[in-house]
Design a protein. Sequence first.
Length: 410
Amino acid sequence: MGVNIERLRDLLYEITAISSTPVGCTRLSYSREDKKVREILDREFERLNLEVKVDKLGNIRAKYNPYNLKTPSIMTGSHIDTVRNGGEFDGLLGVVAGLEVINTIDQSGIELKYPIELAIFAEEEGSNFGVTMLGSKYMTNRIDLDYLKQIYNYQNKSAYDMLKEAGYMDNKDYFIHRDDVKCMIELHIEQGPVLDLEGYSVGVVDRIAGMNTIKVNLIGQSNHAGTTPMKIRKDPMVAAGEMIYRLSKIYKKYNLKNNVITVGKIRARPNNSNVIAASVEFFIDIRDVDYDAQKTALEKVEELYGDIINKYNIEGEFKEIGYSDIVITSDFVKNAVINTAEQLGIRYKIMNSGAVHDNAMLNGIVDHGMIFVPSIGGISHDPRENTDFKDIELGTNLLLNTILNINKRS
């Protein structure tokens, strides 16, 4: 059985046209653009007669259950939010692919043993508060409402207050439990170069990298840029520059071959060209698929922070604001995907994910796994992000038939 790729493409492009920026896709959770996308999805949910639940974080669970089954659902889906000036496929592909799977099954008249549930996780990218996978962490009981009162956006508004203003705090909670979800299978673009370089159309994910997100604030002394001698300055911008440079060398210095450390978000205060900065705030993203290497990297980053504070005689703050563990995906889902790929004659690669995903938050709760399709040139989180629709069709057909095979065999 195969999906209708034209229908999938049309829905994807209808949604990607909604952006707050002319370049790339910018759809932050809880924004006007997010609301417009949800209206489009509500239209599709109504057409398919899905049972829709929205929780306090704005996470959506839309269940296809025409036979009123009491069995746990097979879950699929992803997220609809983006980074600023991001690409068209990240997250959204998993949502429209999940809808297309439901469309195809609905039109086929096949009777299911398990309902199919589309999950759309809110605030996956962390673009608002600097914390990734906020929605899935909440839906899996890894964070609570008090935590939401402690994280803020650049307008100094807490996540809790933003959700309250958006009207979600009046909703019920719909946590994921083993008794109501049999397994979760997420289709996603790779966001890296491996599949494209090696000529595979499909990847089966074995491990998902763990991630630590650190907020660093270096605090110096602001003063006039022209009248303050260099030798008496306490300039946090210079300190930040050295620290960021040395962060990029940690993987090599300590032989951490799979480790990646990134600073992609930075803010100086008062942020004037003719004023020595009073403080520089930036976020460090640390990732690895090896437990010991991730621990070592985190320790070395904190040591480096201490060195910088002492060297420049400044003050600072070093705070972990986000964490996700290294995750090994479930054998049940991996084997179901692999067996289906072999049945369909699809050449696949078993691989790791350097990007973190909502899927990882289900670890230890329900069986979970991921299907990757290639990112052309390995480009993602960028307007140039692209995936061939032939690969999307192949990946979505693999998702569809894996779900159908689980219905037959389980």
